[in-house]
Ligand binder design. Structure first.
Ligand SMILES: [Zn+2]
Length: 364
């Protein structure tokens, strides 16, 4: 895996040899027979991408980094907020206070836990424009997202490039996960041919969510990744696991007959989500967040500091190394701008109103 936007120099992962700190760090894990020294060495030479560093992604990334993966890319579009802290175990009040993007905050905390893996935070939204560049060089893709459009993108990169991925989702007190192995299992589109209709399913906004279920689902996903990355593919759970932690129910549904001969992705190799790169500005209301995200087709033409200076008369501005935030009292909302031109407009669910604010402040 090459660093995104970096020098391009290939980085080699650490070696596990006798009498090194790595050996003592991983000794209990290597003593587990299915992993052993060979599995640990394999893990140290492999790479993963975690898409979404919310509750699931934080658990997955913690497991993989502490276990000694060689390289991990962390992709998230958002900043840490106080409402995340009850379940997103990597983050602190200080992260929320200082508006730290989740990918950056996760990288800081994970490097403190294990300085050996190469950890690459990427603050962006996964899209058709960047999905192959960000995902296709990994050995495994881990789903920490909360939406079908991102999962359809992951699924198409997975099938197109033959990369396994592990799906997971949780809401309320229940969740589910499954491993997608291209050429072996049903793909995500076989299992979920169409996204659920708006309002048809519970979300973390309508049903809430409790932290034990995301820990459990994220841990199950991480276990599947450990199997795949340590040479234990035969142990992978290819069923769809459903867990309800509140009512103590646990189901593992066989999906071996779920591959569809008419699946547009894995049967017909049509990658319509990945190829949908209409270059218009996208405005999307983020579920349950009272926030709209604006994603322009082009990056900013000016540095954030220059834009902050130009807008300083409009409202109170906070600038960090990661973003700029303006409180717009007259519009009862907050405008957060990232260096790539993406913005979060907090305080509205109206994409049209949010787009108008973006145009007024940044331009069309
Ligand atoms: Zn399929």
């Amino acid at each position: 895996m090459e660093p995104i936007g970096g020098s391009g120099a290939a980085m080699t992962s650490h070696e596990v040899t006798n009498n090194t700190p790595a050996t003592s760090r991983y000794v209990r894990q290597m003593r587990y027979a299915p992993i052993g020294t060979a599995g640990q060495q394999s893990l140290g030479s492999r790479s993963a991408v975690v898409v979404g560093l919310g509750a699931l992604g934080a658990v997955i990334a913690s497991h993989l980094v502490r276990a000694g993966i060689g390289r991990i890319r962390l992709i998230d579009r958002d900043i840490v907020e106080y409402s995340n802290l009850h379940r997103q175990m990597l983050y602190t009040e200080e992260d929320a206070e200082h508006l730290v993007p989740k990918a950056e905050a996760a990288a800081i905390h994970l490097r403190a836990a294990n300085s050996e893996p190469i950890i690459e935070p990427v603050v962006t939204e996964l899209s058709a424009f960047n999905a192959e560049r960000l995902l296709a060089d990994a050995d495994i893709i881990m789903d920490g997202t909360d939406n079908f459009s991102a999962r359809y993108l992951i699924n198409e990169v997975s099938v197109k490039h033959g990369i396994p991925w592990v799906y997971g989702g949780a809401v309320g007190g229940s969740g589910m996960c499954t491993s997608i192995i291209p050429g072996t299992t049903a793909c995500f589109r076989c299992l979920f041919p169409a996204p659920p209709a708006a309002g048809a399913v519970d979300t973390c906004e309508t049903a809430g969510v409790i932290s034990p279920i995301v820990d459990i689902i994220g841990s199950l996903q991480a276990a599947e990744a450990l199997k795949l990355l340590t040479g234990n593919a035969g142990a992978v759970n290819t069923g769809l696991t459903q867990v309800d932690v509140w009512h103590s129910q646990w189901l593992n549904i066989k999906t071996t007959q779920s591959r569809r001969s008419d699946c547009p992705v894995c049967a017909k190799r049509s990658f319509e989500t990945l190829e949908n790169t209409d270059s218009h500005t996208a405005a999307a209301s983020l579920c349950g967040r009272h926030t709209v995200q604006i994603t322009p087709p082009q990056p900013l033409q000016s540095p954030l500091s220059q834009i902050a200076s130009r807008l300083s008369h409009i409202g109170q501005i906070e600038s960090t190394r990661y973003l700029m935030r303006i409180s717009l009292a007259d519009r009862e909302c907050t405008f957060i701008l990232f260096p790539d031109g993406r913005a979060l407009i907090q305080g509205t669910d109206d994409p049209v109103a949010a787009q108008r604010i973006y145009n007024d402040l940044i331009g069309t």
